[in-house]
Structures are given as structure tokens and as C-alpha cells.
Design a protein around this ligand. Structure first.
Ligand code: CS2
Ligand code: MG
Length: 402
């Protein structure tokens, strides 16, 4: 069996997605998500110019050999563009292998460790009142875990406050939007938000919060300690994690569980965090951390250190990634939680899939491969438009972490 041809499809049903399709000489095909928010065409070019020519003629069943070839053979290793491109190839090859075997990918990995994958939703609002009302709506929808984000009095914008209720998309067409950030204001108001949520709904639901890289380590330590009475499931991206050691300071001050890693692209980005138990959940994803083949290694390493998975699952990860993530989440023994930001109806039509939300969990049937497809006719209706994530500045104009 050989890879006969491969190509990418760029489509934008509300936001940009890049999908790789690999077709074998026996007509079986697989798809992989190659979306990197704000840098979509960089990955597309990497695939078209540097990866796809090397795939033609290879045996698609040799997933590991192709992974090693694309990782070691590139010379220039790691990084979000490279590892997202490798991830797309890897997802597509696992999809093909499942179809050939007549089994879903979670069966190929080792079968089901659970019947459903617990997911968390995203309650948010421009102020505490709106955010608290949104939490109530997510409880009514059956979510067992809910991320809570709200505006900060005195700031025009804050991370995680969507334009509508269900669909959160931070990227905007045109050049990057610039937003002012003020951490002291945020630190003053956030504990109050969670006190109000707990007062309103009690402690029967997991609450999560995303600091989105904006605090210094000592500021993150302060927030972690202030949130302790509200028993969060996790505080995410408390501080930028290029310096993995920074989490040692946060860890020494608070028992609030810590999650990090949605922007990591390999095990090397999180090895110290995990082996020193500086975090509780690793957020690396199949689409940005080299695919199922590499995320499995990260998860196994994390399991040795009692760290659980908490994979990223925002709207800028396509339904192809979500289908792969549900397969992975059904299997992985040290599962923690899976993020689930609902896609738009248009996106779901472009990417028909088998996973479904059932009372706080994601479930899927025993369908061969990943359990997702790409409708290329519908995809062609939505042309690409360059879009950027925002840029943050502090009040004095200093560029900050968005
Ligand atoms: C966020 C994301 O879902 C999350 O935890 O950090 O919304 C993130 O801002 C986007 O994926 C960036 O593209
Ligand atoms: Mg996040």
C-alpha cells in the first residue's frame, strides 16, 4: 500500500481551518487538522512545499517511521508550525489505519478506559452578573465542569469574554486588535467572581479559570491562594511557561491545581513541569503537539508523575482535532478533562463527525478511524481570510502577553 497523493483544504466557516487529506493507492483516505490560529497559511505552506512531496510513495501504515522521518529528518526540530504539520500527517495516518482495521482509533490505542470523556464548557460575561447567569445556563445544559471568565471593571476587554454566548472566537479578520491589560485590577476582581459563583450554585460543579499567560509568577501565586476557598478544578496558564521553573514559585504558595500547555509543541516544553510535579494537568493537544503519536508519549510521561491530561479544545481546533481528542480521551488512562468549545453550525456541516455531547460528557460510537470527515464541496463555500489573535499592552504601552 502506498500514499498516492495528499493535499490541504483551507476553509473558513466563521474562522480559518486547514485540513490535510492523504489518499492511498487503494482509495482509503485519512484527514488531519493543521490549524494554527493566526498562522494558518504558514502550516499550509510547510505541508505543501516541504512535507507532502516526501509522503508520496510511502506506506501509510508506517505511522511511527513517517513521524520520525518528519521530526528528525527536518533538521530544524519542534516549534508550533513544524509540529502542527507533523500532527496533521499523524492524525490522517491514524485515521487511515483505523479504516483499514475497521476499528476506531481509541480501539487501536488500547480500547476504552471510560464510556464518555468529561468536557468543560465556557461560561463568560462582560461583568460578574452576566458570567454568573451563563454558569447557570451551562449547568442546565448538563455540564459537570465549567470555565468561568468575565470582564474586569475598568478594562474594555478581558480574555475569554465572547461576542455571543456559545461561540467564543478570539481571532479577528484584518490586523491584530490591541487590547489594554491591567493585572492588579484583574487580581482584585477575580476572587470575588468565584465567591459569587460558589454562593449562587454551591460546590457540586467543577469550576475552571484561564489566566491566559498574563500574570507574573508571584501574581499567579497570589491569585492561586485567593482562589483556594472556591476549590477550583484548575487555574490555567497562570504565567508564561517558557521558563518552566517559574511554576515552582507558584506551586510553593498555593494548593489551587495548575494547568498549562496549550501552546506547547513537544514533550521537551513540559518535561521539567511534569517530572517535578509543578503542574496537575498538561494541556498539550494532538493538533499542536505532533499528533496522536507524540501526545501519547507526553501522556505516558505525565502518568509516571501523577499529572493528568486536560487537552486544549478551543474553536480554533477543528472538529477533526475534537474527534481525535475524543478517541484519545476514551483511551488515555490518566485522563483529566477535555476542553470543548462548541463550533458553529456551518463548521459542523463542513466537518461531519460522530462525537456528541451527552450530559457533560463527549461520547462516540465504534466508527472506523477518527470518526470525522471533510465535506469539500461545503468547504469551498468559505474562502480564507487572514485573521490575527489580539495583542495586549499594559497601560503604559508595554507589549504584554495576550
Ligand atoms: C484559550 C484559547 O481555550 C483556551 O483555553 O486559551 O481560547 C486560546 O486563546 C485560543 O485557542 C488561541 O487561539
Ligand atoms: Mg487557555
Amino acid at each position: 500500500m502506498q500514499i498516492k497523493h495528499a493535499y490541504t483544504v483551507v476553509t473558513s466557516p466563521g474562522r480559518n481551518f486547514v485540513t490535510l487529506k492523504i489518499v492511498t493507492d487503494e482509495g482509503v483516505y485519512g484527514i488531519g487538522d493543521a490549524t494554527l490560529n493566526g498562522r494558518e497559511l504558514a502550516v499550509n505552506a510547510y505541508l505543501e512545499e516541504h512535507v507532502i512531496p516526501c509522503l508520496i510513495g510511502r506506506d501509510p501504515r508506517n505511522i511511527e517511521d513517517i513521524w520520525q522521518y518528519l521530526y528528525r529528518g527536518a533538521y530544524w526540530r519542534r516549534g508550533p508550525v513544524t509540529m502542527t504539520a507533523i500532527a496533521a500527517v499523524d492524525m490522517a495516518l491514524w485515521d487511515i489505519k483505523g479504516k483499514l482495521a475497521g476499528m476506531p482509533v481509541h480501539q487501536l490505542l488500547g480500547g476504552r478506559s471510560r464510556d464518555g470523556v468529561m468536557v468543560y464548557g465556557h461560561a463568560n460575561g462582560r461583568d460578574h452578573g452576566e458570567a454568573i447567569e451563563a454558569v447557570g445556563r451551562y449547568i442546565e445544559m448538563g455540564y459537570k465542569a465549567i470555565r468561568v471568565q468575565s470582564g474586569v471593571p475598568g478594562l474594555d476587554k478581558a480574555y475569554g469574554v465572547g461576542k455571543g454566548d456559545l461561540y467564543y472566537e478570539p481571532a479577528d479578520k484584518g490586523l491584530p486588535d490591541e487590547e489594554v491589560w491591567d493585572t492588579p485590577l484583574y487580581l482584585r476582581h477575580t476572587p470575588e467572581l468565584f465567591r459569587k459563583v460558589r454562593d449562587a450554585y454551591g460546590y457540586d460543579h467543577h469550576l475552571l479559570h484561564d489566566g491566559h499567560h498574563r500574570m507574573t509568577p508571584i501574581e499567579a501565586a497570589r491569585l492561586g491562594r485567593d482562589l483556594e476557598p472556591f476549590r477550583l478544578f484548575w487555574l490555567e496558564d497562570a504565567t508564561p511557561a517558557e521558563n518552566q521553573e517559574a511554576f515552582r514559585l507558584i506551586r510553593s504558595h498555593t494548593t489551587t491545581p495548575l494547568a498549562v500547555g496549550e501552546i506547547f509543541s513537544s514533550l521537551w516544553d513540559c518535561k521539567d513541569l511534569i517530572q517535578n510535579q509543578l503542574i496537575d494537568y498538561i494541556r498539550a493537544t494532538i493538533v499542536h503537539a505532533g499528533g496522536i503519536t507524540h501526545l501519547r508519549r507526553i501522556a505516558d510521561f505525565a502518568a509516571l508523575h501523577q499529572v493528568r491530561t486536560g487537552c486544549h479544545g478551543a474553536t480554533d481546533l477543528s472538529p477533526v482535532s475534537m474527534a481525535a481528542a475524543v478517541n484519545f480521551g476514551l483511551w488515555v488512562p490518566n485522563f483529566g478533562i477535555q476542553e470543548y468549545m462548541r463550533h458553529t453550525e456551518a463548521t459542523d456541516e463542513v466537518f461531519p463527525h460522530n462525537y456528541r455531547f451527552v450530559n457533560g460528557f463527549m461520547e462516540m460510537d465504534e466508527v472506523p478511524g477518527l470518526g470525522v470527515d471533510l465535506d469539500e464541496t461545503k468547504a469551498a463555500r468559505y474562502p480564507y481570510q487572514r485573521a490575527y489573535l489580539p495583542v495586549a499592552r499594559l497601560r503604559d504601552g508595554t507589549v504584554w502577553n495576550w
